[in-house]
Design a protein around this ligand. Structure first.
Ligand code: FE2
Ligand code: FE2
Length: 155
């Protein structure tokens, strides 16, 4: 498996959680559970993706700007996650902030899949793309298990 496919698999999990959580209401068990799952997926993915997809690209002329842009969007998502953590889940503000987050996530995943992956394929060799996938997946597995403490800033 290549890094692009490994990332895309986790993007699909995120999209699925996003589609489900926007249909929930109030402070329901369902919303609470989906919010924990979505946060975990977004946080774990961002750390592993920065390490095994974006970081090596920062040093290239071809993708430095894209890599910075992608990581800046991770930061924007983090801020929205914090805002949601600090907001009463049953308030209209929570839902409108969630909708902002979902929109940002979907836009970001699309950028990565439709633009960045294509460009990265001319940077990473086939072998590199295989080995990055292995490292990415091992990190995601490990970090999911020890979430939220595994995330820098959460501990
Ligand atoms: Fe990302
Ligand atoms: Fe991603």
């Amino acid at each position: 498996m290549k890094i692009y496919e490994a990332i895309k698999n986790d993007h699909d999990i995120q999209r699925n959680l996003c589609d489900k959580i926007v249909t929930t209401s109030g402070e329901s068990q369902e919303r609470k559970k989906l919010w924990e799952d979505l946060k975990k997926e977004l946080e774990v993915h961002a750390v592993a993706e920065e390490r095994y997809f974006y970081s090596p690209l920062i040093d290239t002329d071809k993708m430095q700007e894209d890599a910075r842009h992608g990581m800046a969007e991770h930061h924007e998502m983090d801020k929205l996650i914090q805002e949601l953590n600090d907001t009463d889940m049953s308030s209209p503000h929570w839902l409108s902030t969630l909708q902002k987050l979902v929109e940002k996530v979907k836009h970001h995943l699309k950028d990565e899949e439709e633009d960045f992956f294509k460009k990265a394929k001319s940077v990473y060799s086939e072998e590199e793309a295989d080995s990055l996938a292995k490292s990415y997946e091992a990190t995601v597995d490990k970090y999911r298990k020890s979430w939220p403490d595994s995330i820098p800033g959460n501990e």
